[in-house]
Design a binder for this molecule. Structure first.
Ligand code: FAD
Ligand code: FMN
Length: 453
């Protein structure tokens, strides 16, 4: 045939043949590519091993999650340790095994950082039949909704078809027995018996070196500034935002938490303790002992606790809006001291108490910080200095435009003090100013942090 001798024609025919073959092969190649991608994703998920997710307000669940992850790693199991809020639908759907360690706050609510997860993901339905999981729920039976969030998470996972590895473990006030039960289940799952030591750091002796009442004549309960030094003479490290736990002699098994009001550069741990009085007139166990019965120079059993969620961490370079009331000035004072030391002046303090004449805690210090440019804005709100009661959340609402401007400039918001009244009121005022989504986004980005009790 003549045309077979024509090289141009030959190339044309060969090219058309190749193109035809490609068209025919394309669906096959596409399917194959998809299959390979799916296999790769599955292999990656398997590589990622187990998810250990935590939701924690003051660090208990986070610490236990770190210990859980360490135990799995020791057994050679790859682990992804993540805050619950970092997980999306695709993470849960791509995982085969997940352990959740979550505490409960407010009245049966999720810790702040997990509010968006609870509000968004846990209100949708998500097929999770491939997921095997377990829940460690932290709580306190003194609250009506014991382990409310852990229970809600467990129920939601079950409703999505996820399969429980073992029944939910509930921990009342960090009870060693329940934590031991979780540890035992974990060792069983991981096939290991040499789990690392999980015991919390021991209490140590500190000396009560100074105690001053700050609010003589106040309409409120007496509030005291305390200073403590380690008996060992060696000051441990901490950061502003951290807490201490105090074991009172009359109730050493139930430690009370206090926000640290100083920084290591002060050389001492400062606390601000409000004397708690029960309905029958008797004093609170820990606050009564610290402020009334312990003599100056007494030995106090104390341990420091990292409070990651209330530290400055990634917010150290941002402007700060610090909001609080009553003894909540303690945690905010720690941050202001850290900011003064770092030469960071974009700080706005909104603080509420009863009467300026008696309850203007640390006034000279606050005046000094205003003079030195550490406090760019100071709003003191005294509820009883005028006919109608006014609170810090009212001032916040009036300053909505200013709040928005600071947040637009990258500010982070820190709240310290009463859960009842103040924290909810402040949250509502911020929601009115920034919108629920805006506030949730700030919380998820670590720019809305609370130490409320
Ligand atoms: C994160 C955090 C930070 C805190 N920071 C500070 C701070 O900086 N300054 C400050 O003054 N306080 C702070 N607190 C509060 C503090 O930890 C104590 O709760 C407070 O001092 C009262 O303790 P108390 O032993 O004096 O009173 P308690 O004797 O414990 O009494 C307090 C209340 O608890 C109830 N109660 C007591 N025992 C039990 C029980 N066994 N079961 C159920 N209910 C019980 C009582 O009815 C009473 O209403 C903080 C709390 C938290 C969680
Ligand atoms: C202000 C406040 C509110 C709390 N609300 C609840 C609650 O509603 N239900 C519960 O079981 N525990 C509640 N708790 C107890 C905590 O869940 C418990 O102390 C837990 O160990 C905290 O763990 P975390 O440090 O990981 O946040 C509350 C504690 C505080 C300080």
């Amino acid at each position: 045939m003549i045309w077979t001798n024509d090289p141009t024609r030959l190339m044309l025919v060969a090219g058309m043949g190749a193109a035809y073959a490609l068209v025919c092969l394309a669906p096959y190649l596409r399917t194959r590519r998809k299959r390979l991608a799916a296999a790769r994703a599955k292999a990656e998920a398997a590589d990622a091993g187990w998810i250990v997710a935590y939701a924690s307000q003051t660090g208990n669940a986070e610490e236990l999650a770190q210990q859980t992850a360490a135990t799995l790693k020791l057994a050679g199991i790859p682990v992804r340790l993540a805050e619950l809020s970092e997980l999306g639908a695709e993470d849960l759907q791509g995982a085969e095994r997940a352990l959740f360690l979550v505490s409960t706050y407010g009245e049966g609510d999720a810790p702040d950082a997990a509010a968006a997860f609870a509000g968004r993901l846990m209100t949708t339905s998500l097929p999770l039949a491939q997921l095997h999981y377990a829940v460690l729920a932290l709580g306190d039976t003194a609250y009506a909704q014991f382990c409310g969030f852990g229970r809600a998470l467990d129920q939601w996972l079950q409703a999505q078809g996820a399969q429980s590895l073992f029944p939910r473990v509930e921990v009342n006030r960090s009870s060693d027995a329940a934590i031991g039960q979780w540890r035992q289940q974990l060792s069983h799952l991981a096939g290991t018996s040499d789990a690392p030591d999980w015991s919390a750091p021991a209490f140590e002796a500190w000396c009560l070196s100074e105690r001053v009442q700050l609010n003589a004549g106040s309409a409120g309960e007496p509030i005291y500034h305390l200073e403590l030094e380690p008996a060992s003479g060696v000051l441990p490290a901490w950061q502003s935002g951290d807490l201490v736990q105090v074991a009172a002699p009359a109730d050493p098994s139930r430690a009370r938490e206090y926000s640290i009001a100083s920084i290591p550069a002060d050389g001492r741990v400062h606390l601000l303790v409000r004397l708690h009085t029960h309905d029958d007139g008797s004093h609170g166990v820990a606050s009564g002992w610290l402020t009334q019965s312990a003599a100056l120079g007494a030995s106090v059993q104390l341990r420091l606790r990292q409070h990651q969620r209330f530290r400055l961490n990634g917010n150290a370079e941002r402007p700060l809006i610090l909001i609080g009331n009553g003894s909540g000035i303690a945690g905010l004072r720690g941050h202001l001291k850290a900011r003064a030391l770092a030469g960071q002046g974009r700080n706005w303090l909104l603080f509420g108490e009863r009467n300026a004449a008696h309850d203007y805690h640390y006034r000279a210090e606050l005046d000094g910080w205003q003079r030195d440019g550490v406090l760019e804005k100071l709003d003191m709100v005294f509820s009883r200095d005028q006919a109608e009661r006014r609170y810090v959340q009212d001032r916040l609402a009036e300053q909505a435009a200013e709040v928005r401007a600071w947040v637009d400039q990258g500010a982070a918001i820190y709240i310290c003090g009463s859960l009842e009244g103040m924290a909810a009121g402040v949250d509502a005022a911020l929601e009115a100013t920034l919108g629920r989504d805006g506030l949730d986004a700030l919380a998820a980005a670590g720019r809305y942090r609370r130490d409320v009790y």
